[in-house]
Design a protein around this ligand. Structure first.
Ligand SMILES: *Cc1c(COP(=O)(O)O)cnc(C)c1O
Length: 405
């Protein structure tokens, strides 16, 4: 399929290019020292990912440890409530540890093992990436250093405990505002010193090349499975697919299976409390081109051109940029990026729970909220939602802030 001059038959061969560019987005804007480390990871990845031994081992792990393939569920009661459109969810909430993140963490940790590394290093904000990576490290017997802001450590006590139980070292970062940004800086600084024995594991389709392509490839299992399962269940492709976008990994995973199909694709960002800078984290909708954390993409900036403070009711979505491939697909128009606010999200959270017996993560509830709105504008057809994770982690927050509706 050709869309706006791009041939999607050969898309994965051509994007990103050898230097990690999706059009003008992507690349690797990092120190010389880290450039060498990224080059080593890229060379290893592009060789190892083709070996049948690696592919076979990853498949076995996904089946025997992660619980893949995850099913697709037809939301019959919710669809009937909304009208004639049929809604379906890809159940990434049923992955071991409760979200899609393990898809790339197991891949990254397996790569570390093949490269002979002894340690995995990462930053974490809300702690979800830290927990997924600590799980993968325990599975493979790798050391695991997780850098986390002091403020986040206080806020996310259960995830800190989980990481420690899984054997990870949680390293407190006290510089600056002591949140995610400082944790990223500290983790990169540590990695620059230790890269001979360790590998950095980024938590989304972000960061310098090769991470955006590598994480997309590991996550594409979601879209590949979903396409086949949906065809098997209905005999057709969905008319539309929807996923929430923070960094963008669960979305890229689903989208990868459908880019070459006549399917409308929607990436949903958090509008939070409203359109004012600081009240949302909708970087693709309101941001401009810029470089941060080692890559060129579309980002939200403050007056000084630095990453702006962002907000979302979903801690997994509050990042001031998105992966470079999303910026590319945004400019191309192949994916439509839109927003839902906190209120619509929380409403969808309770509605999906009550009508279908599935308590979604607040992140995933953004996609559900948008699909519900979309269904009301369509006369017939089907919408497939990526349910990126389950809501167990959000219970305390929901009860405290919203009560039980
Ligand atoms: C971390 C997280 C996200 C956001 O990450 P992406 O890279 O944008 O997918 C979305 N949903 C859940 C459940 C998460 O834990």
């Amino acid at each position: 399929m050709i869309y706006n001059g791009i041939d999607f038959d050969t898309y994965f061969k051509n994007y990103p290019d050898m230097n990690g560019y999706f059009g003008k987005y992507g690349g690797a804007y990092i120190s010389e020292e880290l450039k060498n480390a990224m080059k080593e990871i890229a060379e290893a990845y592009f060789t190892i990912c083709k070996s049948s031994k690696f592919i076979g081992e990853l498949r076995r792990i996904r089946r025997e440890f992660q619980g893949r393939p995850t099913p697709i569920s037809h939301l019959e009661r919710l669809s009937a409530k909304l009208g004639n459109v049929q809604l379906y969810v890809k159940r990434e909430d049923l992955n071991h540890t409760g979200a899609h993140k393990l898809n790339h963490c197991m891949g990254e940790a397996l790569l570390a093992k093949y490269m002979g590394k002894k340690k995995v290093i990462a930053e974490t904000g809300a702690g979800q990436h830290g927990v997924a990576l600590a799980t993968a490290a325990a599975y493979f017997g790798l050391e695991c250093d997780i850098y986390m802001g002091a403020v986040d450590i206080k806020k996310q006590a259960p995830n800190v405990a989980r990481m420690k139980i899984l054997g990870a070292n949680v390293i407190e970062v006290t510089e600056g505002l002591a949140t995610l940004k400082e944790a990223v800086d500290a983790a990169f600084a540590a990695y620059a010193k230790e890269y001979k024995d360790s590998i950095y594991c980024i938590g989304s389709v972000l960061g310098p090349h090769p991470f955006p392509v590598m994480v997309r490839d590991f996550q594409s299992v979601v879209g590949i499975e979903a396409r086949e399962q949906f065809l098997g269940m209905t005999g057709e492709l969905p008319d539309a697919i929807v996923a929430c976008v923070g960094g963008g990994s669960n979305a890229m995973g689903l989208f990868a299976g459908f880019l070459n199909d006549p399917v409308d694709i929607y990436g949903i960002e958090p509008l939070g409390r409203g359109e004012k800078l600081g009240d949302h984290a909708a970087s693709l909708k309101y941001g401009t081109e810029g470089i941060m954390h080692g890559f060129n993409s579309i980002m939200l900036k403050d007056e000084d051109g630095e990453p702006a403070p962002v907000y979302s009711v979903a801690s997994g979505l509050d990042y001031p940029s998105s992966g470079p491939e999303h910026a590319f697909l945004h400019d191309l128009g192949r994916v439509k990026y839109d927003v839902v606010n906190d209120e619509e999200t929380i409403d969808a959270f309770f509605t999906l729970s009550r009508y279908e017996g599935i308590i979604p993560a607040i992140e995933s509830s953004h996609a559900v909220a948008y699909a519900m709105k979309l269904a009301k504008t369509m006369e017939r057809g089907s919408v497939l939602i990526n349910l990126s994770g389950r809501g167990d982690k959000d219970m305390d927050y929901i009860i405290e802030k919203y009560g039980i509706r």
